[in-house]
Ligand binder design. Structure first.
Ligand SMILES: O=C(O)CCC(=O)C(=O)O
Length: 249
């Protein structure tokens, strides 16, 4: 079959994998850089550890970093890298602007993130996630999982996630007949996905392999505000938890 162009694939499936965007040497430099920054100690917005679990939760030592670009020059350069920004713009069909930057470490034994749509958090469209693999990723170390075609289904309802598998408390209620597909990637590959595409990841079940990824979210320069029904926004899961606590008090 003839190779389809990236935008055709993105529009059809809701995601596109660009192979070998960064060299193995660049991926290694980025891994080493972010491990050094993590070792410096807590950063604003860290998320993922469970202080109640003491040393048991590997995410205590490796919480997710967010919005590093104001204090980390490497991040501030990387989100503007034309290899990410130009393809993101081509895929959304508009110039793009930065929404957020993130770094997931997912150490051995680390939990994943329940399946979700990014527009269930960020109320703007078009929104595009750009996920740079810094390690080789497969099912064992918790590769990304997507639901092909789900970007065409609109926002779905949210519910609580199994927190033994997900470091966040909410997940999407999967529509009937949905098929999940793992996305194996090599360090340096980049996954681009639509803000409506259902995606997430499972636990890193390896004893010795990290699954690190650098992520940028961009919005279209002419993005519209989205107003999700209450039950389709992740804040609904938090509200339900607070309601239950009130009833139990
Ligand atoms: O890296 C993961 O496991 C999930 C990332 C994700 O959900 C995102 O980048 O929007």
């Amino acid at each position: 079959m003839a190779n389809l162009d990236p935008k055709t694939v993105y529009d059809r499936d809701g995601f596109y994998v660009a192979r070998g965007v960064f060299t193995p040497a660049e991926a290694q430099t980025l891994r080493e850089h972010f491990m050094r920054r993590r070792a410096e100690g807590p950063k604003p917005g860290d998320l993922g550890g469970n202080p109640k679990s003491g040393e048991k939760d590997p995410l205590n030592a490796y919480p997710r970093m967010i919005n590093m670009h104001p204090w980390d020059e490497t991040t501030n350069t990387l989100w503007q890298d034309p290899r990410l920004k130009d393809l993101a713009a081509k895929l959304v069909g508009d110039a793009v602007e930065l929404k957020q930057t993130m770094l997931y470490f997912k150490p051995p034994g680390g939990r994943g993130q329940g399946l979700h749509q990014d527009c269930q958090y960020i109320q703007q469209k078009p929104l595009i996630g750009v996920w740079v693999a810094l390690d080789d990723c497969d099912a064992a170390n918790g590769q990304m999982v997507v639901v092909p075609g789900s970007h065409k289904l609109g926002l779905q309802e949210v519910t609580s996630a199994d927190e033994s598998k997900s470091f966040v408390g909410g997940q999407t209620v999967l529509p009937e007949g949905c098929r999940e597909a793992g996305v194996p990637m090599a360090a340096g590959d980049v996954l681009f996905f639509d803000g409506f595409t259902i995606h997430g990841s499972y636990n890193n079940t390896t004893a010795d392999r990290f699954r690190r990824s650098f992520i940028v979210h961009y919005v279209g320069a002419h993005a519209e505000k989205l107003v999700a029904d209450e039950k389709k926004h992740m804040s609904y899961v938090r509200k339900q938890v607070l309601e239950k606590q009130k009833v139990g008090a």
